[in-house]
Design a protein around this ligand. Structure first.
Ligand SMILES: Cc1cc2nc3c(=O)[nH]c(=O)nc-3n(C[C@H](O)[C@H](O)[C@H](O)COP(=O)(O)OP(=O)(O)OC[C@H]3O[C@@H](n4cnc5c(N)ncnc54)[C@H](O)[C@@H]3O)c2cc1C
Length: 373
C-alpha cells in the first residue's frame, strides 16, 4: 500500500516534470552565459572596434621602435606602433647625424627618421600618432596585455615592445633653449666632433659629465667644466681622469648665467653662486650633462626598473620581468644612449617577441629578419 503522503512525494505530474527540466536547462544556460558574459562583452567590443587585438604593439617611434617595427613586420607580426608626442624621437631635434652607419655623407635627424618610418611602413607597420596612456600587463605566459591609447582606446596585445626612450635634462633657461641645435647639445658623443679644435664648456658633475668632459678633451682645444657645488659627484676614478687632462678647467660653485650668441653659441656668461661674480668666456659649444630621465613612468609598479627609472632587462635579451613585454633603446640603456645601439636592441626586441609568440603557439617559429622574411 502506498500512503497518500508517499504518493505526494513520489508522484510528479509529467507536465510539471517537463517544466522543472526546462527550468534546469534554462538555468544551466544562463549560468554558462553569465560565465562567458565578460568574454562575450570583450568579443563584442573587439568586433565593434572598441577593443582591438594586436600581436605586437610598439610604444615609441625612435630608432629602437622603428627597427623593432621593421623586424616585426617582416616576421608578419603586423605591428602597430604608437609614436608618442615626439614622432621620430630624439634625433628629430638634431640637424646632423654623422655616426649612423650607412650614411656616408651624414644625414639630418628628421630625414633619417622619416626614412626609418617609410622602411617600417613598407613591410606593413601601422604607425599611429598617439600616446599610450596606461598599461595593465598580464603576469601569465600567453596572457593578454591591456593597453590604453590616448586615454580611451582599448588595445589587447599579445606582445608589447617598449621603446619610449629617455629625455635629456636641460637647465631650462631661455638663452639655452633658444640655442639648442645652434651649439647647445645634450650629447657630447653625438655632437662633440663638430667642435674639433675649438673651445667648449660642459655643465654637470656626475659620472656622465666627467666621461663626456674627457671625451671632449680628446677632440676640443679647451673644455671648461661648470660644477654647481664645491665638489664633483662623479666617482673618484672619474674625477682623477678629469683632473689628469690638462685641457679641462673645472670651475666649482659655478653656474650658467646666460648663453651668449644670437643664432649660434658665441660665448658663456658664468656666475659664481658663492660670490655672485659673473665672468664671460668665449666658446662655440655648450654641452649639458646633468642627466636623462627615461620615459617609463607609466610602467611603474609593473616592470622592474632601477632607481632612476631605466627598465631592467634579463641578461643579453630585451625581456623584462613580465612574459611578452620587451624593452629596447634608451628606456633600458643608461650606458650607451646612441641611435645605433637603440636600433640594435629594437631588432633584438622584435626577435625576442617573435620567439615568445612561437613558444605560446601564436606564430610559427621562423628566422625573423635574418634572411628572407
Ligand atoms: C640633440 C641630440 C643629438 C643626438 N645626436 C645623436 C647622433 O648624432 N648619433 C647618435 O647615435 N645618437 C644621437 N643622439 C642620441 C639618440 O637620439 C638616442 O640614443 C636615440 O634616439 C634613442 O632612441 P630610442 O628609440 O630609444 O628613443 P627616442 O629616440 O628617445 O624615442 C622615444 C620615442 O618614444 C615615444 N614615447 C615616449 N613615451 C611614449 C608613450 N607613452 N606613448 C607612445 N610613445 C611614447 C616618443 O614620442 C619617441 O618617439 C642624440 C640625442 C640628442 C638629444
Amino acid at each position: 500500500m502506498v500512503s497518500s503522503y508517499q504518493q505526494s512525494i513520489c508522484y510528479i505530474d509529467p507536465q510539471s516534470r517537463n517544466k522543472t527540466f526546462d527550468n534546469l536547462i534554462v538555468r544551466f544556460l544562463l549560468k554558462k552565459l553569465l560565465l562567458y558574459k565578460r568574454r562575450i562583452t570583450e568579443l563584442i567590443d573587439i568586433m565593434s572596434d572598441k577593443i582591438e587585438r594586436v600581436k605586437t604593439l610598439i610604444i615609441g617611434s625612435g630608432p629602437a621602435g622603428y627597427t623593432a617595427a621593421i623586424y616585426a613586420a617582416r616576421a608578419d607580426l603586423k605591428p602597430v606602433m604608437y609614436t608618442g608626442m615626439e614622432p621620430g624621437g630624439q634625433l628629430t631635434t638634431t640637424t646632423e647625424v654623422d655616426n649612423f652607419p650607412g650614411y656616408a655623407e651624414g644625414v639630418d635627424g628628421p630625414t633619417m627618421m622619416l626614412e626609418l618610418q617609410q622602411q617600417a611602413e613598407r613591410f606593413g607597420t601601422e604607425v599611429r600618432i598617439g600616446m599610450i596612456t596606461a598599461v595593465e600587463f598580464s603576469k601569465e605566459k600567453g596572457g593578454i596585455h591591456k593597453i590604453t591609447a590616448d586615454g580611451e582606446k582599448q588595445i589587447e596585445a599579445e606582445t608589447v615592445i617598449i621603446s619610449t626612450g629617455a629625455t635629456a635634462k636641460y637647465l631650462n633657461i631661455p638663452s639655452e633653449q633658444r640655442l639648442r641645435g645652434g651649439g647647445v647639445s645634450a650629447c657630447a658623443v653625438c655632437d662633440g666632433f663638430f667642435y674639433k679644435g675649438q673651445d667648449v664648456a660642459i655643465v654637470g658633475a656626475g659620472d656622465t659629465a666627467a666621461e663626456e668632459a674627457s671625451y671632449l678633451a680628446n677632440i676640443c682645444n679647451k673644455v671648461t667644466m661648470l660644477v654647481r657645488k664645491d665638489q664633483m659627484r662623479a666617482s673618484k676614478a672619474m674625477q682623477h681622469r678629469v683632473n689628469s687632462l690638462k685641457n679641462i678647467e673645472i670651475r666649482y660653485n659655478t653656474e650658467v648665467d646666460e648663453v651668449l650668441g644670437e643664432q649660434v653659441v658665441e660665448g658663456l656668461r658664468m656666475v659664481n653662486n658663492q660670490t655672485g661674480k659673473k665672468e664671460d668666456i668665449t666658446i662655440t659649444g655648450l654641452f649639458i650633462a646633468i642627466g636623462h630621465k627615461p620615459n617609463t613612468d607609466i610602467f611603474k609598479d609593473q616592470l622592474d626598473m632601477d632607481e632612476t627609472g631605466y627598465l631592467i632587462t634579463k641578461g643579453k635579451s630585451t625581456k623584462t620581468n613580465l612574459p611578452g613585454v620587451f624593452a629596447s633603446g634608451d628606456a633600458q640603456d643608461k650606458e650607451y644612449r646612441q641611435a645605433v645601439t637603440a636600433a640594435g636592441t629594437g631588432c633584438m626586441a622584435a626577435l625576442d617577441a617573435e620567439r615568445y609568440l612561437a613558444t605560446i603557439g601564436s606564430v610559427e617559429e621562423s628566422v625573423a629578419g635574418q634572411y628572407k622574411l
